[in-house]
Write a protein that binds this ligand. Structure first.
Ligand code: NDP
Length: 245
């Protein structure tokens, strides 16, 4: 049990049906927040919501801007508020830049970057009225270190850093904090496709000598969502076992 109190707060976590988002949703609920669990499939989102406590499941494809705006409105209506927004949903469509299709570029930018902008724009109105808000964007060490075969992903994650800092400056006077968390290699479906060899090679590059667990990222998000982080905004908290050092 974390010693972080989010009682009375409402959190929305995109892409929380599995992986890192699932761990973030569970951790925020453990800290006392009411949580909106979001994925493309309502049944999956509702199943996760049932498991984690005071939570509800919502279906939303974050690549559709109008749906993201409606999701924020729906969460505010059903829970009466929206205090913590975690933009976690993300995808990869890896290929070497010369072979990368326009569609692969657009799909990654829409899912990873535009979705966060649209959600922040929608959620910040209520946060401004209430003079309290926490926005956490899940970027990646790839957005800070770059990677071959991930031009689209790296650009989207670096873009999230720019978005985070701009929003932090715009909303600071309303007591809305906007930060990013940059995970390294975390054990999820996204990294499950790696061969044992690739995993061993990767672990060898990590000073803490292991891949991270989703909950390692969730703990950083819980901190940034809480009053413990009241004087922290526009920052990127790297959670990578020392990889990007
Ligand atoms: P997973 O692939 O395990 O899970 C992705 C989540 O995003 C799922 O809940 C999925 O829900 C949801 N999602 C994907 N596309 C959409 C969409 N269009 N609309 C709504 N939801 C969507 O990913 P991870 O948990 O590994 O990654 C989570 C975040 O962390 C991503 O932003 C990723 O870039 C970032 N990250 C991950 C790292 C890692 O090593 N795993 C490292 C650094 C950053 P569903 O399929 O049910 O719709």
């Amino acid at each position: 049990m974390l010693n972080i109190d989010l009682t009375g707060k409402v959190a929305l976590v995109t892409g929380s049906t599995r992986g890192i988002g699932r761990a973030i949703a569970g951790t925020l609920a453990e800290c006392g927040a009411k949580v909106a669990v979001v994925g493309r499939d309502r049944a999956k989102a509702e199943a996760v919501a049932e498991e984690i406590g005071e939570a509800r499941g919502f279906a939303c494809d974050v690549t559709v801007p109008a749906d993201v705006t409606m999701l924020v409105q729906e969460v505010e209506e059903k829970f009466g508020s929206l205090d913590i927004l975690v933009n976690n949903a993300g995808i990869t469509r890896d290929n070497l830049m010369l072979r990368m299709k326009d569609d692969d570029w657009d799909a990654v930018m829409d899912a990873n970057l535009r979705s966060a902008f649209v959600a922040i724009r929608a959620a910040s109105r209520g946060m401004m009225k209430r003079r309290w808000g926490r926005i956490v964007n899940i970027t990646s060490v790839v957005g800070l270190m770059w990677n071959k075969g991930q031009a689209n992903y790296a650009a989207s994650k670096a873009g999230l850093v720019g978005l985070t800092k701009s929003v932090a400056k715009e909303l600071a006077s309303r007591n809305i904090l906007c930060n990013a968390v940059a995970p390294g290699f975390i054990e999820t479906d996204m990294t499950a496709a790696m061969t044992a060899e690739a995993r061993a090679a990767m672990s060898g590059e990590i000073p803490l000598e292991r891949l991270g667990a989703p909950v390692d990222v969730a703990h950083a998000v819980a901190f940034l969502s809480s009053d413990l982080a009241a004087y922290v905004t526009g920052q990127v908290l790297v959670v990578d076992g020392g990889l990007a050092m």
